[in-house]
Design a protein around this ligand. Structure first.
Ligand SMILES: [Fe+2]
Length: 370
C-alpha cells in the first residue's frame, strides 16, 4: 500500500485480500451505529426527566462504542434527516436481509455512510492500524478511520466531489461491482463548480474522467485527497474505506516542545552554534554526548531536533530519504563514522551526497557531531 500512496495517483491493488468479510463489517456497523444513537430524541427524554429530579434509565450503554459521527442515509440525493428507523438491527441476520428491508421501507435506492467502525472492536481497530501503519509512519500522526459505504445505489449520493481535508483513502470492495471515476483536482477551474458536487445527480459531467477503474469484490482502490472522485455501483454494494486525514491531530508547538525536551534530556541553557568548515565525504565524524536526535512529521513538515534546537527539512520530496538518513545516524553505535559510508548507504535520486554533507555539517554546528 505504501508505494501506491507514495505515487499519489488513484490506483487499484488486486489480489491483496481477503482483507475483510461482508458479515463482519455488517456486524461492526450494527455495533457502532445502534438506532438509539442516531436519534437525539432519546437524549432529550433523558435530559427532561433529569431536569425534573428523576433518575431515568439511560438509553445508552456507557460502555457502548463511540463512532464519533452518526451514520447517514441518503435517498434520491438527499440525506434522510433521521436515519434511525432504517439502520441495521440484530433482527437483520445478513447484509442481504437488511438491504431488502431498507430498500422496501425507503421506497427505492439508498446509500448509507457508516463512519468510525474501528470503535466496534479491538480486532476492527487493530486491523485498520496494521494496514495503515506503514503509511502513518511516513505521514506522522493523523486521524484515521473506517468509513463504510453500503446500500443499493447507482451513484455516490453526494455527487462527484473533492475531500481536500483527506490525505488519501484506501477502499476495499466487499460487495457489488463498482466503477471509480477520478479527475486531478488541481486542473479544475471555477467553471467546474457547476457540475462538481451535484448532489441532485442530474447535471451531466463537465469533462470526461481522467481515470476510470472497474472494481469488483476483493479489489483495494486508492485515491489521494487531491482527486475529484465518485462511484457508480451496480446493485447491492459494500465498500469499506480506510480514510487518512491530512492535518495532524497535534499542534505544531506541542510537537516542537516534545522534540526539544527529548533531545536535551529535559531543559538546559544552550551554547551558541559551533562555526566550522563544511564537511566533505572524506571526513569522519563522531557523536558528541549521550542524547539522541529526534524527528517527527507534523502536517506536511519534517521537524528535526538536535541538542534542543529544531529545524524543518527544506525539501518535501526528500523527506523519506531524510528519515532513513536520520535512522541510520541514530542506530550508529557512537564510534567514528566515515561520511563516505553514510553517503553510500543513504544517497538516492532525491538526496545527493553533497546534501548529506550539508546536513552533517549542520548537525556538527548544532553540537550533535564532532
Ligand atoms: Fe470522498
Amino acid at each position: 500500500m505504501l508505494p501506491v500512496f507514495d505515487e499519489g495517483v488513484p490506483a487499484v491493488l488486486r489480489g491483496v485480500g481477503p482483507l475483510f468479510e461482508t458479515a463482519e463489517v455488517f456486524e461492526w456497523i450494527k455495533q457502532a451505529h445502534p438506532a438509539v444513537r442516531a436519534n437525539t430524541a432519546h437524549d432529550k427524554i433523558v435530559a427532561l426527566k433529569r431536569s425534573w429530579g428523576l433518575s431515568p434509565d439511560d438509553f445508552h450503554d456507557p460502555e457502548a462504542p463511540q463512532p464519533g459521527r452518526a451514520a447517514e442515509i441518503y435517498r434520491d440525493g438527499g440525506m434522510v434527516l433521521d436515519a434511525s428507523p432504517f439502520l441495521p438491527t440484530p433482527d437483520h441476520d445478513t447484509f442481504g436481509d437488511w438491504i431488502t428491508d431498507a430498500r422496501t421501507r425507503l421506497g427505492g435506492e439508498f446509500c448509507m455512510q457508516a463512519p468510525g467502525l474501528e470503535c466496534a472492536s479491538w480486532d476492527a481497530l487493530g486491523r485498520l492500524q496494521a494496514l495503515l501503519h506503514p503509511v502513518l509512519r511516513q505521514t506522522g500522526p493523523r486521524t484515521y478511520r473506517y468509513n463504510a459505504f453500503v446500500g443499493d445505489y447507482r451513484r455516490t449520493p453526494f455527487g462527484f466531489h473533492l475531500d481536500p481535508h483527506q490525505e488519501g483513502v484506501f477502499q476495499y470492495v466487499l460487495e457489488g461491482r463498482r466503477r471509480g471515476l477520478f479527475w486531478e483536482g488541481l486542473t479544475l477551474s471555477h467553471e467546474d463548480a457547476g457540475w462538481v458536487e451535484d448532489t441532485n445527480g442530474i447535471t451531466s459531467l463537465g469533462r470526461e474522467p481522467e481515470l476510470v477503474l472497474e472494481l469488483e469484490p476483493g479489489d483495494l482502490v486508492f485515491w489521494p485527497g487531491t482527486h475529484l472522485h465518485g462511484f457508480e455501483a451496480e446493485g447491492p454494494s459494500m465498500g469499506l474505506s480506510m480514510v487518512i486525514d491530512r492535518i495532524s491531530p497535534r499542534r505544531r508547538e506541542d510537537v516542537v516542545a516534545g522534540l526539544v525536551s527529548s533531545t536535551l534530556g529535559g531543559a538546559a541553557a544552550l551554547p551558541p552554534a559551533i562555526s566550522r568548515a563544511p564537511l566533505t565525504v572524506d571526513d569522519v565524524v563522531e557523536r558528541r554526548g549521550p542524547f539522541s536526535l529526534a524527528y517527527e512529521r507534523c502536517d506536511d513538515a519534517l521537524i528535526i531536533a538536535v541538542r534542543g534546537r529544531t529545524f524543518d527539512w527544506p525539501e518535501p520530496a526528500s523527506i523519506p530519504a531524510a528519515m532513513r538518513l536520520l535512522d541510520v545516524l541514530e542506530r550508529h553505535d557512537g564510534g567514528p563514522l566515515p561520511l563516505r559510508t553514510l553517503v553510500d548507504r543513504c544517497a538516492d535520486s532525491t538526496l545527493a551526497s553533497e546534501e548529506i554533507c550539508e546536513v552533517m555539517t549542520m548537525l556538527a554546528e548544532l553540537g550533535y557531531l564532532r
